[in-house]
Design a protein around this ligand. Structure first.
Ligand code: IPD
Ligand code: CA
Ligand code: CA
Length: 273
């Protein structure tokens, strides 16, 4: 299950993410001159997302011969749940990046036959202490780390103390009413709801114990793959709305510190409050 090469794969992913993060940081200095290309009427991308993915692919292919890449911007070389594959979001939080809102990341997961083996979420703008950035990593069975320090999910058991992240829609808003209903149910029960704009960072915030839960009704594999491994290795749980373990495919994602998970699923599904 846990492949002996997973630490080597993590090191390659960390290197690729660092190179992409540095490129993104450099480009952010000329943010006002970046051309926004439209993916849909309210969804934009720029040369920065594409340039970051090009750099990541080059490094991964050089360090992990034969690896396939499923990337958001440059396409999928096949099934993310089969063989050795890197699932890559070169810039998660593009809207934040384009606006200079400092919450965006590079996310890379290396998986073997559908099982995440190594993951990195490189938080480009939020550091702490002597760090200007935060590099969150995990390998299967070995725990999760932020700039080398062990990460653990929160120990909060009382929902009234919970801070919950979400990602209500901005492209396809067909699920907007579902989010409104879910938020109305949660609002009187928890300390707060947040929509910070990067699912990879939302999940790493669950792993850090900053968020006690997070949900989004649709995420692509590249948004959540690395973050899911971080949460699990930090002691939390990640499922779909039915409580089935999250997979490396698109779908709903519910993450929590584990203790709150059944309560959280129940509220999201409209059960007792
Ligand atoms: C998006 C962000 C956002 C989430 C969207 C994602 P992008 O990724 O993670 O928080 O709500 O579902 O598509 O487009 O910035 O890479
Ligand atoms: Ca994304
Ligand atoms: Ca992206």
């Amino acid at each position: 299950m846990n492949h002996p090469d997973r630490h080597r794969w993590r090191d390659a992913a960390v290197h690729a993410a660092a190179v992409a993060a540095e490129f993104i940081r450099q480009e952010s200095r000329a943010r006002d001159t970046i051309t926004w290309q439209s993916k849909s009427p309210t969804d934009f991308v720029s040369h920065v997302d594409i340039g970051a993915e090009e750099r990541i692919r080059e490094i991964l292919h050089a360090h992990i011969p034969g690896i396939r890449v499923v990337g958001e911007e440059l396409g999928s070389d096949g099934d993310p749940e089969s063989g050795l594959v890197a699932i890559v979001d070169p810039l998660d939080g593009t809207t934040n990046f384009l606006h200079g809102f400092p919450n965006y990341a590079v996310s890379i997961c290396v998986a073997l036959d559908g099982v995440p083996q190594a993951g990195v979420v490189h938080d480009i703008m939020r550091g702490g202490g002597e760090h200007r950035e935060t590099v969150c990593t995990a390998t299967a069975g070995d725990g999760a780390f932020a700039n080398g320090a062990r990460m653990r999910v929160s120990t909060i058991t009382d929902p009234s103390r919970a801070l919950i992240g979400t990602g209500f829609p901005f492209k396809d808003v067909t699920s907007a009413d579902d989010y409104v209903r879910m938020m109305r149910r949660l609002m009187p029960l928890v300390s707060g709801l947040r929509r910070a704009g990067s699912a990879a960072l939302d999940l790493s915030d669950v792993a850090h114990g900053r968020f006690d839960g997070f949900w989004e009704l649709w995420l692509n594999a590249w948004d959540h793959a690395a973050g899911v491994l971080l949460v699990r290795e930090a002691g939390g749980r990640v499922t779909d709305l039915e409580g089935r373990d999250a997979r490396l495919i698109g779908g709903p994602i519910v993450a929590s510190n584990g203790v709150l998970h059944e309560w959280f699923l129940d509220i999201l599904r409209g059960g007792a409050s």
